[in-house]
Every structure is written in structure tokens, then in C-alpha cells.
Design a protein around this ligand. Structure first.
Ligand code: APR
Length: 233
């Protein structure tokens, strides 16, 4: 596989989806073993479900916390974190909520779909809670149920996060898309936006996606295997 020399690019975005964490042991959403084959998101991962049965939604997210805590970032996460340390123009735009990039050392990251490790009170804002069992399920100030700070289906994305991620996408001359089926918008539109803006676009995915045709380079492989081969000297 031909290596990519990041020094020939100024701004690089690693655009990642659930497949980026698959080799760490975190389930993807679609395809074989996909989470949405086992659960109906309308019952466990949207505001309506939370309003209807907060305990059930929190139980579902507690399972995901326990799963993520038991997983480790893989070589691919570490390669991306290492590249950021070596090149000031590297940014991660992720759809993932598992925090795996940050655990590998990534600092510049936009979490388009929020984080499993933050909770949100409607009155008292957002704070970090890294307890797999949730430190508390109700706001200590007002007693409201605390919802995970995740962008669920039917939620609007966070304006500030979208603005930052879009800025990074528009500024990049290299976009590397890893482990996303590119079916959930607006995130799914980012590779096209980068391509239209003149970036060199690469797809790393063992399977074809609906937008594989827009990338100048397609690498059919796994993130944890391809990234070290692509970037390590
Ligand atoms: N390396 C790279 N890609 C992989 C690997 C791997 N080891 N294993 C699987 N993949 C690919 C699959 O082929 C698939 O294209 O990862 C992709 C995972 O797709 P999805 O499960 O749909 O995940 P994602 O694209 O991140 O979903 C987007 O949907 O449910 C919502 O909010 C959720 O952020 C999520 C969004």
C-alpha cells in the first residue's frame, strides 16, 4: 500500500465512524452484528423514548458505557493521535461517542454526535460523568432525569460543534474517511463537501459505501491494520 506523506498537506481531517472502533470491540450500528439489529433506537436512543422511560434509556447507555470501558483504543487510534502530535494541521471529526480517540491521545476533535461520557440537565447544563454506572441518574440540583449528552436520532446537532467541524472540513486539503457507512446526515455530507472544496479524499472501509465513488482513493481494509501501514515509516 502506498504511504501518505502528511507533510505534503496543510490541513488534514480524519473523519471517523463506528467502524473506527470496531477492532477495539465496540459494536457498529449497521452491517453484521450492528447495534440497530439488536435494539430499536426509537425505544432506547431518542428524546421521545427518554421522556417515556428514562430508566430504560439510561440502562441501555449504561450497557454501552460498560462495553466502552472494557475496550482499548487500537493501533489505528494511536496512529492518528501520533500524527496530530507531529503535524499541527491534523483534526479529528468523529461521529463516535465512545471517547476512544481521546483515550489514544487525540486532542483536536469534534464529536458531532456528542459523548457517552457527559450528561445533561435541562436546567443546569452539561458535565462529565465517567462512571460506567452513571454517578447519578438525577440532577443533584433539581432532581431532573439526566440524559446522556449524545445527539440522538431526531436531535439537532450542536451549532458550535458543527461550525468547528465544517470549518475544518472546508480548510482541509486531505480528508481520510474511516469506518462510516455515510448514511446519517448531516455528517454523511462531509466527504462530498471536502471533495467539492478540492481536498484529496480517501476512504478506509472493508465494505463499499453509498459514496465510495466520490473518493480519489479507496482502501478496502480495517482501520487498525490500514492506518499503521499507511502512515508509519
Ligand atoms: N475498519 C474500518 N471500517 C469498518 C470496520 C473496521 N474494522 N468494521 C466495520 N467498518 C465499517 C462498516 O463497513 C460500515 O461501513 O464501518 C461502518 C460502520 O457503519 P455504521 O455502523 O453505520 O456506523 P456510522 O457510519 O458511524 O453511523 C453513523 O448512525 O446510529 C447513528 O449516531 C449513530 O454515529 C452513528 C451514525
Amino acid at each position: 500500500m502506498e504511504k501518505i506523506d502528511l507533510q505534503t498537506f496543510h490541513h488534514i481531517v480524519f473523519f471517523t465512524g463506528a467502524g473506527m472502533s470496531a477492532e477495539s470491540g465496540v459494536a457498529t450500528f449497521r452491517g453484521a452484528g450492528g447495534r440497530w439489529k439488536e435494539y430499536n433506537w426509537q425505544e432506547v436512543a431518542c428524546q421521545r423514548a427518554f421522556d417515556r422511560d428514562p430508566e430504560r434509556v439510561l440502562d441501555f447507555h449504561r450497557l454501552r458505557r460498560r462495553e466502552a470501558i472494557g475496550c482499548e483504543p487500537h493501533a489505528g487510534h494511536k496512529v492518528i493521535a501520533g500524527l496530530e502530535a507531529a503535524h499541527p494541521g491534523v483534526t479529528v471529526v468523529t461521529q463516535n461517542i465512545d471517547g476512544m480517540h481521546q483515550r489514544a491521545g487525540t486532542k483536536k476533535i469534534f464529536e458531532l454526535h456528542g459523548s457517552l461520557w457527559r450528561v445533561r440537565c435541562p436546567q443546569h447544563g452539561v458535565w462529565e460523568d465517567r462512571d460506567p454506572e452513571f454517578a447519578t441518574r438525577r440532577c443533584p440540583h433539581c432532581g431532573s432525569w439526566l440524559r446522556p449528552d449524545i445527539i440522538w436520532f431526531e436531535d439537532m446537532l450542536d451549532d458550535k460543534v458543527v461550525a468547528g467541524a465544517t470549518r475544518a472540513i472546508l480548510a482541509c486539503d486531505l480528508l481520510i474517511s474511516i469506518g462510516t457507512s455515510a448514511v446519517v446526515w448531516p455528517a454523511a455530507g462531509y466527504p462530498e463537501l471536502a471533495r467539492q472544496n478540492g481536498a484529496f479524499c480517501v476512504e478506509i472501509n472493508p465494505e463499499p459505501t453509498e459514496i465510495s465513488g466520490l473518493y480519489q482513493q479507496v482502501i478496502r481494509g480495517k482501520a487498525g491494520e490500514v492506518l499503521p501501514e499507511l502512515f508509519e515509516k
